[in-house]
Design a protein around this ligand. Structure first.
Ligand code: PEP
Ligand code: MN
Length: 270
């Protein structure tokens, strides 16, 4: 295990025109792309591009804790790809099974997300490694909600790598049990531990770690201070009316721009 460290140590992952490690990668967008509100997503995408974000995120299929919550809709994929075409930015979307993986790859999704709930789904990790092999597609692997910070997390990434796709990015996003007041237990502090053991870049997700818009900036700054190569943040021009997590944790594109400025200053101090 942990060959991820040695065999590919000179491998560099690039996404959104950024070689990870050279410049802070910024990914932003809605938790969930609302198929009934395409213009909202286009508006967010344009506003994020305006403040210098490198790539868009947007959930198509959603892993919801509550089975009665909105579960996603493949129609959202067209909106996501249209936003990519309009802005020229690549896009990230989560896939939860092989069927979704095939659909996302056919549509040309640039970054596949493995969510926290599937971080231990070894058959999905293997499928992603195999099907993405030989493509430029990047995989953002979220840390499992109960996953040990080092061995278990890196081993999950190793599944993707060993089955064929070296373009893997590790994403701390908080763990359970949560820290009272936050949504999860923020875990941006694991980055130095990951960096010691692997060459894989780290893109932190402060949105799901803290779960409240007002704490996203401080968590982002901490993540960069701890050595993150990038940030993936939920952002919406109209957070209050967004689907999924946005009403609680999404920040406006304007706030994202302000946060990015501060984070770049921290980056420059490293
Ligand atoms: C998300 O990115 O919207 C999401 C569901 O993430 P996680 O798997 O980290 O909860
Ligand atoms: Mn979300």
């Amino acid at each position: 295990l942990l060959d991820i460290r040695s065999e590919l140590k000179n491998h560099r992952v690039s996404f959104g025109g950024v070689e990870l490690g050279k410049e802070l990668l910024l990914i932003g967008g809605h938790c969930t792309v609302d198929p009934k509100e395409p213009n909202k997503y286009f508006e967010t995408a344009a506003a994020l591009k305006e403040v210098g974000i490198h790539a868009l995120r947007g959930g198509v299929w959603k892993p919801r804790t509550n089975p009665y919550s909105y579960q996603g809709d493949v129609k959202a994929l067209d909106i996501l790809m249209e936003a990519s075409a309009r802005t020229g930015l690549p896009v990230n979307a989560e896939v939860m099974d092989e069927e979704q993986l095939d659909i996302a790859l056919d549509a040309g999704v640039h970054m596949l997300q493995v969510g926290t709930r599937n971080a231990l789904n070894y058959s999905l990790l293997r499928q992603i490694g195999q099907k993405v092999a030989g493509r430029d597609t990047v995989v953002l692997l979220k840390r499992g909600r109960h996953m040990g910070p080092v061995n278990e997390f890196i081993s999950a990434a190793e599944y993707i790598v060993t089955f064929g796709n070296p373009n893997v990015v590790l994403c701390p996003r908080g763990t359970l049990p949560g820290l009272e007041g936050y949504r999860n237990h923020p875990d941006e502090c694991i980055t130095p531990l990951l960096k010691e053991r692997t060459w894989a870049p780290v893109v932190a997700d402060p949105s799901h770690a803290v779960g409240k818009a007002m704490y996203v900036e401080s968590c982002s700054m901490a993540a960069v201070a701890y050595g993150a190569d990038g940030l993936c943040i939920e952002s919406n021009v109209d957070p209050k009316n967004g689907l999924g997590d946005d009403p609680k944790q999404a920040i406006t594109p304007e706030a994202f721009g302000a946060l990015a400025k501060k984070c770049r200053m921290i980056w420059d101090m490293r």
